[in-house]
Design a binder for this molecule. Structure first.
Ligand SMILES: [Zn+2]
Ligand SMILES: [Zn+2]
Length: 673
């Protein structure tokens, strides 16, 4: 080992420290304030405890609760939640010492811990557990990683009475891992055979953690559920307790408020209230039936997309819902993805060898069909790029437990397209697809997004194709992201096996992030199907394929939009755009006339016109059904040819001639406001 280690700071300056210096010491050498804020460190992008000795040269960064852009730091949250899980299980062990710990990881929005305990923990116990957790946090005990003196054998021996830990340990040992423990309290390696108690608590854990329990700024237990060890239903049922934690109480409050808001926006609830979609056990699980009002939203989205496709030189194609199994054997989708596909459809007639004469698969992907369209004709470099677009329905046999409203389904229609181009065209085509995605998201007000550029891990052997081609493609993608000033991050090892890709992570209006549009480069399928074009040199070349779907699928996208808008769709997308209501019997006729005129002008209109009726009730109904405009016509309006306009959210927009309202509304639709 070298005597000195070289650390490269985020500003690219290089600093030397004695071998084994801890992150805490390095942070202190940078500044007192930083050292006080520090939660962990990063070495070459990997998070480590702040007190772990650094033994090698690396890119060095300090993790603090707020990252440089002022946002909550994901890595800090990870450490906080990891530690909160230890604090929770310690609290449970203090209350019920017979508890056997299983395991518990941090999750995207909190953490959970699995325990084996005969006493059933209910929501009523949460206050008691939380109070105990608060005590442990107030004790502000250090989180200490076991030293190397704790050999794998010694750690294993500690868990002889815990079959879950033994099983987990044996799995880790099979993978050749060095086990580690984390002590809540200072490490006392020669003492830790003692039963738990006092201010010591330990758990098998890889880390990393915050320096001490006091750094958990705020926490809350959120739910309890049954769980099985390794998901095996034959084993004893365990209890899984969920919680979340943040650096500050304010962040926790905001998080809880977001969850409440999300519940109100649940697309399954709103979809039902507004009559957008339904499912029927007679049709089958995970199969969406679009009701008339949902059908309008889908059609409007499709029109928006079709308009853009036409402008951008895409050709519409149509392909069947099934394809021969041979097609998918060639593409590689069968049998590799068999688990996520419906079983094949086989003919009664058999070949002499007993195999069915014909065998079909419900289409899991549109790509192979589109490839056959491309392959049906010879191509010269002059006709490229060929851009084939289809609103193509595909089927995936998702596990029934995974199904969720419109966002996780078994039949879905993608706004799919495949571009076949020369390697030189990739950059331009990629750029233009990114622009398309931006245009579409912009039209829906989804303007807060970031982009993940997924590249391969050069160490791994799971990727097909020539490394040089990969390098070039990855450089292209990174350049596009940079040139187009997309807020992006490079995700190493996240590429598909057939090529790098770019995913749009979009924030909805309550700050939840969804993975939407994806653009993927593919060298594999052109190879498998031996696609060709004749180049300027008169030789045959392989085209490159780009797969892209800005919405992903109509089902999932509309599910997300319902939650984004909470059902209050903009005028151009709203299933019902305008309601017309009369006040008096004598204004009935004028109301029917106004509604008729609006329909002729192309608006989707609902009439709330009756001989008698209560205006208050009509306004309330209109609000509940989330219609953008309510036009009210009384005797005065009827006589003057005007309408009294109320915008959604009880906005009184005053009285105006009907023609003026029509002109305004038309402009609003045209601008997709
Ligand atoms: Zn841990
Ligand atoms: Zn595809």
């Amino acid at each position: 080992m070298a005597d000195q280690i070289k650390l490269t700071y985020p500003d690219a300056s290089v600093h030397e420290f004695p071998q084994g210096t801890t992150g805490a010491v390095v942070a202190l050498s940078i500044g007192k304030r930083l050292a006080a804020d520090a939660i962990a460190i990063k070495l070459d992008g990997q998070i480590y405890d702040i007190n772990r000795p650094i033994t090698r040269d690396a890119a060095f960064a300090v993790v603090t609760p707020k990252s440089r852009d002022g946002k909550v730091d994901k890595d800090a949250l990870y450490c906080i939640r990891h530690t909160a899980e230890h604090v929770m299980t310690e609290a449970i062990c203090r209350l019920w010492p017979e508890t056997k710990l299983v395991y518990g990881p941090p999750t995207d929005d909190g953490f959970f811990g699995d325990i084996d305990l005969d006493k059933k923990i209910s929501l009523d116990d949460f206050a008691k557990i939380e109070a105990e957790m608060a005590k442990i946090i107030a004790e502000n005990r250090p989180m200490t990683r076991s030293s190397d003196a704790m050999t794998n054998d010694r750690i294993r021996a500690l868990y002889e009475d815990n079959p879950y830990k033994l099983s987990l340990i044996d799995d880790l040992l099979k993978k050749g891992e060095k086990l580690s423990l984390y002590y809540t309290g200072p490490e006392t390696p020669w003492d830790c055979n003692k039963p738990e108690g006092g201010l010591y608590f330990r758990d098998l854990c890889r880390g990393p953690h915050v320096p001490s329990t006091g750094r958990i700024g705020a926490f809350k237990l959120t739910a309890v559920a049954g769980a099985y060890f390794h998901g095996d239903e034959k084993q004893k049922q365990l209890q899984r307790i969920y919680g979340t934690a943040f650096a500050t109480p304010k962040e926790l409050e905001e998080h809880l408020a977001r969850i409440e808001e999300a519940k109100k926006r649940d697309h399954r609830l709103i979809g039902k209230q507004m009559g957008l979609f339904t499912m029927s056990p007679l049709v089958g699980q995970g199969l969406i039936l679009w009701m008339p009002k949902g059908g309008i939203i889908r059609t409007e989205l499709q029109n928006l997309m079709q308009g853009e496709l036409t402008k951008r030189g895409y050709s519409p194609v149509f392909t069947p819902h099934i394809g021969s199994v041979e097609l998918y054997k060639t593409s590689g989708h069968f049998p590799y993805y068999k688990e996520s596909q419906y079983p094949t459809i086989k003919s009664e007639a058999k070949k002499p060898n007993g195999e069915p004469e014909e065998e079909y698969l419900l289409k899991p992907m549109n790509c192979p069909h589109h490839i056959q369209i491309f392959a049906a004709e010879p191509h010269s470099y002059r006709d490229l790029p060929v851009r084939l677009a289809e609103f193509g329905t595909v089927y995936r046999y998702e596990q029934s437990g995974e199904l969720n409203g419109m966002t996780r389904v078994r039949g879905l229609t993608q706004d799919d397209a495949h571009l076949f181009c020369t390697p030189d065209q990739v950059e331009k085509e990629f750029q233009s697809t990114v622009e398309l995605v931006q245009t579409i998201f912009g039209a829906l007000g989804l303007t807060d997004y970031r982009v993940q550029v997924s590249v391969r891990d050069p160490e791994s052997d799971k990727y097909t194709g020539d490394p040089k081609t990969w390098d070039k493609a990855e450089e292209t993608l990174k350049r596009v992201a940079k040139d187009m000033k997309l807020p992006h991050e490079i995700m190493k090892g996240e590429a598909a096996f057939y090529g790098p890709k770019l995913d749009f992570m979009v924030k909805d209006c309550i700050g939840r992030e969804w993975q939407l549009g994806t653009v993927q480069l593919d060298y594999n399928l052109p190879e498998r199907f031996k696609l060709e074009y004749v180049g300027a040199d008169n030789n045959r070349h392989r085209p490159v394929m780009i797969h892209r779907a800005p919405f992903g699928s109509f089902e999932r996208f509309v599910g997300i939009l319902i939650e984004h808008f909470a059902g209050a769709f903009p005028l151009w997308l709203a299933p019902v755009q305008i309601r017309v209501a009369n006040i008096t019997e004598s204004s009935q006729e004028a109301s029917y006339k106004a509604a008729g005129l609006l329909k002729v002008e192309g608006f989707r209109v609902e009439e709330d016109i009756a001989a008698s009726g209560n205006l208050k009730q009509k306004v309330k109904d209109s609000e509940e059904s989330k219609v953008p405009y309510l036009l009210v016509i009384g005797d005065r309006e009827a006589a003057a040819g005007t309408v009294s306009v109320r915008g959604r959210g009880r906005k009184d927009l005053g009285t105006m001639p009907l023609a003026e309202f029509i002109a305004r509304a038309k402009q609003e639709v045209a601008e997709r406001k």
